[in-house]
Design a protein around this ligand. Structure first.
Ligand code: GLC
Length: 420
């Protein structure tokens, strides 16, 4: 079975290849997505190393002059997707969206480079290193409103956890009166019960429209945008990525960047406590404007291990929360704790399991010496694919696949992690 599934996983990546980049899945997502491509590179690396590097190089071809790596690169127009390039209207070549996505690239580049012998002269690593330095500086310049090393997002789509309940209160304040009419495309590809609601979608579009009206002025959006959240996931991922970028900077003898990154890492390590919710016993996303914590335990809360933060007491509480999740979930790690408001085991990021987040959580737990938990998560992830195939996400209760089928990053996670 492993053999067959590995074969199938490779076929999915080949089939979703559009020439130098993969689409997340046929139909629902017809372009190149930022963090999808980073994880997809890990999958390709298992059988075609050149293609793995290429996936990231193609992504970087869309990087903006200010350093931002966009969340979508629209290499070719496709009428089956909304909001497409004409809606974003960023005026870039290649056409891109105007927002970013989780900064996991430096972590992946480090892995590809180390797996090939960690040669400091590796030209592909060196080029991508420069792109990562620029991108991390963009985050530090535009997305650290409190100066404490955490990451602010200005659109919920940036988090990659699009409709997580963490954003509900902030989204409810977004004025949608000027949104106008538009035609959604996602619900034509998959069951509407698995996608965000119409009210939610209006808010997403309203935030997009604010960015477009500002001419995609990232300073204006950061200071006055309608959605300003400190995201647990991105904060943890950037801290981790800074640590990995530091290893590259050291190998290259880039002393100025080494010093810069060390300072950022120290700042973020101390800053992370701003997200800690003592009553809940977890790191939770928090609204910049109101200071309110979501108070919700999500799969991103457990990225603390991956980021290397948390006192022994905080880590114990996080493990207790993970243990609590096993009470209602047959499989780990649900994207939202059952029993929380808005939990729904089928709806996108309000319950379903996403293997890329599980992979990072498992990775962090293993590194922190919690091999038993890491193995439990890896085994559960494997079972989900064996049971249902390479779906976008999975119900933590039944293991049924949700969202799109034949998903690139799910195939990549099989090849690089849980199917090994
Ligand atoms: C959805 C997911 C996001 C992912 C994208 C493409 O928007 O929420 O994380 O990058 O699909 O797969």
């Amino acid at each position: 079975m492993t053999q067959d599934l590995s074969q199938l996983a490779q076929e999915i990546l080949r089939r979703n290849d559009r020439g130098g980049y993969t689409v997340p899945t046929h139909g629902l997502y017809p372009y190149q997505w930022n963090w999808d491509s980073a994880f997809v590179a890990l999958g390709f690396a298992e059988f075609d190393r050149d293609r793995a590097w290429q996936e990231i190089e193609t992504l970087i071809s869309g990087q903006w002059e200010d350093g931002m790596i966009p969340h979508i690169i629209f290499h070719k127009d496709d009428p089956g997707y909304f909001p497409g390039p004409s809606v974003w209207a960023t005026g870039k070549t290649p056409a891109t969206s105007g927002i970013t996505q989780p900064p996991v690239l430096a972590t992946i580049v480090r892995k590809l480079w180390e797996d090939e012998g960690a040669d400091p002269a590796n030209p592909r690593m060196r080029a991508l290193y420069q792109a990562c330095v620029k991108s991390h500086r963009w985050f530090h310049t535009y997305r650290d409103p409190l100066g404490n090393g955490l990451v602010m997002v200005t659109h919920n789509w940036e988090t990659g956890r699009d409709n997580s309940s963490e954003w509900d209160d902030a989204l409810a304040r977004v004025d949608t009166s000027g949104v106008g009419t538009y035609q959604r495309r996602d619900t034509g590809h998959v069951d509407a019960a698995m996608r965000p609601t119409a009210v939610e979608y209006d808010r997403y579009v309203a935030i997009l429209q604010f960015g477009r009206k500002s001419g995609w002025n990232h300073r204006e959006i950061a200071d006055h945008g309608p959605f300003r959240m400190l995201d647990v996931g991105m904060s943890m991922e950037l801290l981790r990525a800074n640590r990995d970028l530091l290893v590259l900077a050291q190998a290259l003898g880039d002393t100025a960047v080494v010093a810069e990154l060390e300072a950022r890492i120290t700042l973020s390590e101390a800053g992370m406590d701003w997200l800690w919710h003592e009553e809940v016993g977890a790191y939770c996303s928090r609204d910049v404007t109101t200071g309110e914590s979501s108070g919700l335990v999500t799969n991103a809360s457990f990225l603390a291990f991956y980021a290397g933060v948390g006192s022994p007491a905080q880590r114990r509480r996080l493990l207790a929360a993970l243990d609590r999740m096993t009470g209602s979930a047959t499989y780990l790690v649900p994207s939202l704790e059952a029993g929380s408001r808005a939990y729904d085991h089928k709806r996108y990021w309000r319950g379903p399991i996403w293997l890329v987040v599980s992979y990072m959580v498992g990775q962090g737990l293993a590194e922190a010496g919690h091999e038993d938990w890491a193995e439990r998560i890896r085994t559960d992830s494997r079972k989900l694919i064996e049971l249902s195939g390479f779906y976008e996400s999975f119900s933590p209760e039944t293991g049924a696949g949700s969202g799109g089928p034949d998903f690139s990053w799910t195939a990549a996670m099989w090849l690089a992690w849980c199917g090994k």
